[in-house]
Design a protein around this ligand. Structure first.
Ligand code: ZN
Length: 343
């Protein structure tokens, strides 16, 4: 009886949360959405193909026959020797992440990780904004998704099914990508909102353009933050609380001052600076890079990083279930007005 009620409630809530969380996505993407898709793509292609810089001249291009195009939400190519690049390719929605995109991302990371010719992986994004977060308008069904972790029973009633879904699709995938034994670099422009941080933060290095901003405003929804809760490790405890309590976006310069990003570069140099950094790193032996990465990650783990993430994830689901009891929704519906007014 209770299970049946909870199952129906969860179903309603998931539908509602889709509309609620999707709204800020639509807001931040409004300018892009107002233009035809082909126009955005054309502009992007023009930017890339007409860009000229001396750094690129020293980089050896890869065989174009190795460029992959099997995925629909991302692209995969090898722009320079020993470097794979994965690009978020949903600029019409500011690269909002649905489960298809997350699954394709995971497949692409696996491909790069398993390719013996690849030493460095770049994660880039099409359009003005790196990512506006999770696109739950697409729903939270795991149908058609092939899990790569051990979580299961995604359709179970009550808290069970949705917790398993978030554990698999959010925390599980992020932690998996964080542990790829090759250096990873995020190439970031524009806005990075909430779930967008969950793609940036698992990367080892972050190169961003001067217009980049970073925010996690979901405390307004009655939860603690996004699901991959590494905020204190990324920006320090004080700024983490500032970002979470206020929901404000920090600038690229502020992120640099707090060690959250590796370098800030002019927008027109973002791609070339990122590839130059990747090329420089890729000249080193794979074993040295792997051991260096693992040593730093082990240090973070000794500081309790994984345990902290799991603890916060448990509290995150206290928030979801609190909201379900009070608002019949996984998030507080009042949050949407707050986030909209401050976007
Ligand atoms: Zn959640």
């Amino acid at each position: 009886m209770v299970s049946a009620v909870m199952e129906r409630t969860m179903s309603i809530a998931v539908n509602r949360v889709g509309g609620l969380i999707a709204s800020p996505v639509a807001l931040s993407a409004s300018q892009i959405e107002s233009r035809p898709l082909f126009g955005v793509e054309f502009a992007l292609q023009s930017t890339i193909t007409t860009r000229s810089n001396s750094a690129m001249d020293t980089i050896v291009p890869r065989d174009e026959t190795r460029i992959m195009s099997d995925w629909t939400s991302i692209r995969y190519d090898e722009p320079i020797e020993r470097v794979a690049r994965i690009t978020l390719a949903r600029p019409e929605v500011a690269n909002a992440q649905d489960y298809t995109m997350l699954s394709e991302l995971n497949e692409a990371f696996d491909r790069a990780a398993r390719d013996p010719e690849i030493r460095v992986i770049v994660l880039a994004a099409d359009g003005r904004h790196f990512s506006s977060g999770h696109d739950l308008r697409a729903g939270t069904s795991m149908e058609g998704i092939d899990p790569v972790g051990t979580w299961c029973h995604f359709d179970a009633p009550g808290a069970e099914g949705y917790m398993a879904t978030e554990a698999e699709m959010y925390v599980g995938l992020c932690w998996r990508w964080r542990n790829i034994p090759k250096p990873t670099i995020a190439q970031v422009q524009g806005k990075v909102i909430a779930g967008g941080l969950m793609l940036v933060w698992p990367m080892d290095l972050i190169v961003c353009s001067e217009d980049a901003t970073f925010s996690d405003p979901v405390v307004a929804f009655g939860v603690n933050g996004h699901e991959y809760f590494t905020h204190p490790y990324e920006v320090g405890a004080r700024l983490a609380k500032d970002m979470l309590f206020t929901g404000r976006a920090i600038t690229a310069d502020e992120a640099l001052r707090h060690g959250m990003v590796t370098r800030v570069v002019p927008s027109e140099d973002l791609e070339s600076e990122t590839l130059e950094l990747a090329s420089h790193i890729a000249r080193r032996p794979m074993i040295g890079l792997t051991l260096a990465k693992q040593s730093v990650n082990n240090t973070l783990d000794a500081m309790g990083m994984y345990t902290a993430i799991q603890s916060a994830f448990g509290l995150h689901h206290v928030g979801h279930n609190h909201n379900l009891r009070l608002h019949d929704s996984l998030v507080d519906p009042a949050g949407i007005a707050v986030i909209r007014s401050e976007a």
